[in-house]
Design a protein around this ligand. Structure first.
Ligand code: GLY
Length: 433
């Protein structure tokens, strides 16, 4: 079969890597892809948001399944357009993707169907929002309603931070229409975990649990990022807790969406916080988490592509009849190497060294995110081309072993200005001891 993967990050490299292992797959294209993906797939220069261009390509190349990585094309309705032309595609349609594309939609749905989440209020004026913060107090969390490239959530620990966040979103309009309305919600305390499932809206297949590290610096300090590293599975989610999360959150939201007339198909990601009152939802995403999927897929022994195909054909229950997903018992860790400046303005075009050496290491995978290839005098060089540049991912017999192996590999990689967290997985190690 012929597959088109849409996206250019570490998530898409991990997806392409796993899909390439399927016996069913003959050829993979990736639009637009990156330097690492180019080794496994034919990269085509079509932007992730050029839906017409992607559709024409899928028709011309007789693509059997298109897999959408990032949220923006989903929110723009890529799935609806493809399905109108009977093109098979993995991902939720525009209405269902609102679960990520509109925080207000998600929060109202959770409230209506009694899915545990922080209390919140919605605002369409900055003055009302600022007055509310003064009355309610801090800390609080300020969220732009729409998609803001992962930057639309601000945890305000002082009144000034809260007022500034409201001003930049609603008065300076740095996110444009995405922050015409905002949410202010209660700040919740606890460890966070990521729960990812795939569903055809009737059947749900859970993936292994994982934990992301969102802040740029060690000890969860500094600005929020797309994710600086992850590990899977996470010991903070016990079997009982996992079942509780599936029952009280995952199945409930998929059923809630269906009751409202939105059939959710594709990957669903729940960012969960474990509070003293039980697990609560921080956010839903309409896609696989990144870097979470980079630590989940190396542990998957089953054919991901076959499961995705079943989702696209609405027959996940049939897929389930002959076997659920099989998982490796080891632990996987990913450390993200980022460019200087990330998550703000970052440097590009720095040569990356050490990739050859790391590629020879056992149980280490390098997923490229912001990289590109430069050919010079017949030689291939890899250059940085994004904020998150590489996800160095390693398997170990336990968490400690996986951390040690992964950092051994990270130390062999170098580019000017490279930044990475030194404490990926450490919170979980402390939890285990
Ligand atoms: N790692 C968080 C996300 O994918 O949104």
């Amino acid at each position: 079969m012929r597959v088109l993967v849409v996206g250019s990050g570490g998530r898409e490299h991990a997806l392409v890597w796993k899909i390439a292992q399927s016996k069913l797959v003959d050829k993979i294209f990736c639009a637009p892809g990156n330097g690492g993906i180019a080794k496994l797939a034919e990269c085509v220069e079509i932007s992730t948001e050029d839906i017409e261009g992607l559709m024409n390509f899928a028709k011309k190349e007789k693509i059997d399944l298109t897999v959408v990585g990032p949220e923006a094309p989903l929110a723009k309705g890529i799935v609806d357009e493809f399905e109108n032309y009977k093109l098979k595609i993995f991902g939720p349609n525009k209405e269902a993707a609102q679960i990520e594309a509109s925080k207000i939609f998600a929060k109202q749905l959770m409230k209506k169907y009694d899915i545990p989440t922080a209390d919140f209020e919605i605002f369409d004026s900055s003055s009302a929002a600022k007055k509310y913060v003064e009355k309610k107090g801090i800390p609080c969390v300020i969220k732009a309603d729409g998609l803001a490239g992962g930057k639309g959530v601000i945890v305000a620990k002082t009144f000034k931070e809260a007022q500034d966040a409201i001003s930049v979103m609603m008065e300076d309009k740095i996110f444009g229409k995405a922050a015409e309305r905002i949410i202010i919600e209660d700040y919740l305390e606890g460890q966070e975990a990521s729960i990812i499932v795939i569903t055809d809206s009737k059947k749900v297949i859970p993936f292994l649990t994982s934990q992301d590290h969102k802040r740029i610096f060690d000890d969860d300090k500094g600005a929020n990022t797309g994710g600086m590293g992850a590990y899977s599975p996470t010991p903070i989610i016990t079997r009982e807790l996992f079942d509780e999360i599936l029952k009280k959150i995952i199945y409930k939201i998929i059923n809630a969406l269906a009751k409202e007339g939105f059939l959710y198909k594709g990957a669903l990601y729940a960012g969960i916080i474990l509070t003293k009152d039980g697990p609560k939802v921080l956010e839903f995403n309409a896609r696989f988490g990144d870097p979470e999927i980079q630590v989940i897929l190396p542990l998957l022994n089953s054919d991901l592509f076959e499961a995705m195909l079943a989702v696209a054909y609405n027959n996940l229950s049939k897929f389930l009849n002959y076997g659920i997903l099989q998982w490796d018992k080891r632990t996987c860790v990913c450390v993200v190497c980022a460019a200087r400046g990330y998550p703000g303005n970052y440097e590009k075009d720095k040569e990356i060294f050490g990739l050859d050496e790391v590629s020879k290491m056992k149980d280490i995978f390098v997923f490229h995110a912001g990289t590109k290839i430069k050919k010079e005098a017949g030689k291939i060089k890899y250059l940085t081309n994004g904020g998150r540049v590489l996800g160095i991912t390693g398997l170990g017999i336990n968490l400690k072993d996986a951390i040690d192996k992964t950092y051994e590999a990270v130390k062999k990689i170098h580019f000017e200005g490279m930044h990475y967290r030194k404490d990926i997985g450490q919170k979980a190690l402390k939890f285990l001891n």
